[in-house]
Design a protein around this ligand. Sequence first.
Ligand code: HXC
Length: 264
Amino acid sequence: AQYETITVEKDAQGTKGVTLLTLNRPKALNALNSKVLEELIDAFADYQADDSQLCAVLTGSGDKAFAAGADIKEMSEKAAADFYLDDFFSPWTSEIVKKTRKPWIAAVNGFALGGGCELAMMADFIVASDNAKFGQPEIKLGVAPGMGGSQRLTRAIGKSKSMEMCLTGRMMSAEEAERSNLIVRVVPQADLIADVLKTAATIAGMPPMATIANKEMVNSAFEMMLDQGLIVERRIFQILTASEDKAEGMAAFIEKREGQWKGR
Ligand code: HXC
């Protein structure tokens, strides 16, 4: 598909099984408007449906921003009734987070503010460049996070720090974000995409069914009480033992060779 506000590269830079999605409105610091949402929903659905791809990476074009937030110019023209009646921001979670069962990584290459920080936190994990800045500055616009910031940031970095971030609207450096467990690691900006594609390639080389299962299990830890989460884990584990890839994976280990995955 041809998009206006994003680009999509399957088997990105020769990395088999890895789709690179790039927010492509650099002049607006990749601000997230309705067109970006519509196109990302389509691109994530296509990634999910394509059996040749098993990991996606989302980044921003240009060297300044991942995304500087929801598009303030677009939002400034809307009335409260528009936001409420359209259940504004709901599809980010219902269409992208919930429907993408395969893993995806946010490669944050600069500002990740407001909706940009919230979008990064929707990913399965975040890797950031050394110039990255995270923040929920919505309070300065007279509003508050609307795409999950108050919830996902708090779960990621804890109450004190999340509260301070939301109440002051201050930015957090990549180094502080790593120390606070918001991100996996910091890499020099010039190396970011190569670094994340390498991790994505490792994931894309795993047995597909087990990959989806591992993601589902870890996410259950955020949705459930421990007893329920442990049951989900055991049941999914038990189902996986019936897969062809379990037989292959264990045989490959015993025979000291690489597994050849069927995805079933
Ligand atoms: C629309 C944006 C934008 C945004 C930047 N731009 N952020 N346009 N929506 N969120 C545009 C600017 O208007 C400008 O366009 C161009 O991008 C470059 O931005 P500058 O401000 O000139 O760059 P700089 O001086 O380097 O400052 C960078 C910045 C600043 C610190 C990131 O742009 C900034 O503070 N942006 C807004 C961050 C923010 O508040 N995000 C949260 C949004 S609310 P022109 O045409 O002037 O050159 C949100 C959820 C809200 O995400 C939920 C409520 C319902």
